[in-house]
Design a protein. Sequence first.
Length: 626
Amino acid sequence: MRRADFFCLLFFGGFGVLLFYPILFSPQGIPGNFGDLYGYHYPLKHLVSSRLQEGKLPLWNPYIFGGTPLLGNPQSAIFYPLSLLFYFFPIGSAFGWYSFLHVCLAGLGMYLLLKSQSLARSGALLLAVAYAFSPFLIYRIAQGVPTLLAALSYIPWCWLAFLSQRKGFLAFVFALQFLSGHAQFLWINILGLLLGVVLCAGWRRWSGFLWEGVLGLALVAFQLGPTWEFSQRSIRTLWSGTFSQSYSMNWSSWLSFLNPHLLGNPLGPLSVPEPSVYFESWTGYIGLIPLGLGVWGLLGTGWKSARLPWALLGLSLFLSMGQHNPLSSWLLTATPLSLLRAPARCVLLGMWGLLLAAGVGWKALKWKGHELWRWKAAAISLVFLDLFWYGHSFLYAQDPQRYLAPHENVISLFSGQPYRVATSPEIPNPNKCMLYRFWNAAGYEAFYLASFAEYLARSEGQPSADSSRVYIRKYDSGEMSDMSVRYFMDVAPLPGKKIYYQEGSTHIYENPMAKPLVYFPRGRGDVHIERASPEWWAIHVGRPLSGEEEVRKIVFAQPLYPGWQGWMNGARRPLSLYRNFLQEMSIEGPGEIYLRFWPSHWNVLLLFSLGAWGGWMVFFRRGRIL
C-alpha cells in the first residue's frame, strides 16, 4: 500500500469520524435506535460478556423462554473477535465503536477490492464512501441490529478474496462473516459469488470456490454445529410462508434507490407501515453520483463488462420481491430458504451490482490530465455530503437508563427465588430479566425452541407465539405451574385477579399453585437446590414425604435439549421428556443430583475446527492476503 492509498484511507476515516461523532464521544450514551438494541442486543451482550468476565463459557441462557441455548444462538457472537469490545469496555460505548469499526472495515474492503480491479484511487475511494456510508449499512445502527452491519462489512472482502484467487483467503473471510452473528447476508452474497463464478470465472473455478466453502465450514464447525442443531429445533421450523416472506419488497420500494426519504422516514412523517419495514425495504440508496455512474456502466460500456452487474440486479429483483413474486415465493416456502426471513435483504445484490457497474462507469469516463483532480475530489466530497445528509440524523446518542433502568423493589422481590416470572405481552422489554438475573417464561428472540411454542399453545388453549415472542395470559395454568411460573407481571390490573404487588404501572400477580424449579411430580419430598447456574445445577434430594418409596421421578422445570446430562450419586442418569417439554429423571432413594449442559458433540467439533485453523495457518502463512 502506497502513501497515496494511505491518504485516501485517511480521508475516509475523517469522513467516518465526522459522521459518527455524536455516538463515538458520548460517554454515557448508546447509539439511538428503534428498540432492538435495548430489547435484544444490549441484554444479550451483557449476559455474554458478564459470563466471560466470571470465567465461564456462556453456553445456556436460562433467563428467557424457560431456557434456551446461548452458544447455539448465532447472534451471541461469542467467538467473533470484535465482540471483545463488549468484554473490555462499557456496553453502551462499545456499541458505538463496534458500529464505527465495521463501517471502516467495509470501506477498507471496498477500496482494496476496486484497487485490485485496476480502478483509480479516486474511483475506489468514491465507491468505498458510497458503500460504507449508504443507508443500507448506516441505518442498521438506528434499526438496532449490529449483527446485520457486521455481516455487511465483509461483503467487499468476500469479493476481494474471490477475485484474488489467494488460497484460503475466502475461507477466512467466510469464517469471520459467519462468526459475526448474522448469516443471512453471507448466504445472499454466496448467491452473488456463484453468479461471478459462472459469468466471469468460468466452470474451471468451481472446484476452488467449493474448496474455499468447505474449508470455511471447517473453520467454524464449532459454532455451526450448535447453531444448526438449534435451528432445527427452533420456532423457525414451524414458520408458515407468511413469516418467511415478511418484509418483501414492492414496486414502490425500489424508488428508494433514488431517494430513501421519498415516502418519509422513521424520524419524520412516515408513509410506510412501521420503522422495521422502512429499514428493510427503503435503504437501497448509494448516492446520486454512484447511481449515475452505475447506469452509465450498465448501458454505455457493452455487455461483456456489464453482464455480472446485470445478473446481480436481476437476481436481486427476483428474490427480494418475495410474496409479490410467485416463483420466489415458492423458493421461500418449499426450500431451506424458509428458515430465513426478510426477502428485501436481497436488495444487497442489486445494490452491489450497481456499485460494480459504477466502477465500470468510472473507468469508461477515462479521466485524463492532472488538472482533473479537483473534479474527482469534488465528486468524492459530494457523494459523502449526499449520504451524510441522509445518514447524520440517524446517528445520535441516547441515555439507556430510560429503557433499561431496573425497578429495585421488583428485582429484590424476584431475586433468589426458586421460581420463574412471566411477563405479559404488554411489557415492552421482557429481556431485561437477563440484566437482573431472574428467570422469565417469556422473552424476545429470533430463535427459541419450537417445543416451547407448542407447550404454550397447550397452556393457552390456542397458538400464542409468533416468530420472536410469546403471549402469556394464563399464567396460573397447569402448564405454567409445572414450569415453575410463580409471578406474572403486567402493566394494568387484571379483572378478577388479586394484585400481589404494585409499583407505578407495574402490577404483579402470584400463582400459588406454581411448583419450584425442581419437584416430585407425584407426592412430596425433601428437595433442596444448592446451585442453579445457567449450565450447572446441584440438588440435594432427601426421602419422600409422600408418594412412591422405591422408584420415583423428579422433574426439572427447564426444557429437555441435547447436551443436558444428569448424574445421581456419581452415576449417570438419563433425562427424559416430561409434559413434552420439561426434563425428568428416575431416581432411587436420597442423594445428590447434578445437571450439566455441554453442547452435544462440541468437543469433537472444537477439535476439528482447531485442526482446520492450524492447517490454515501452516499452509497459508506464506501467502500474502493484502
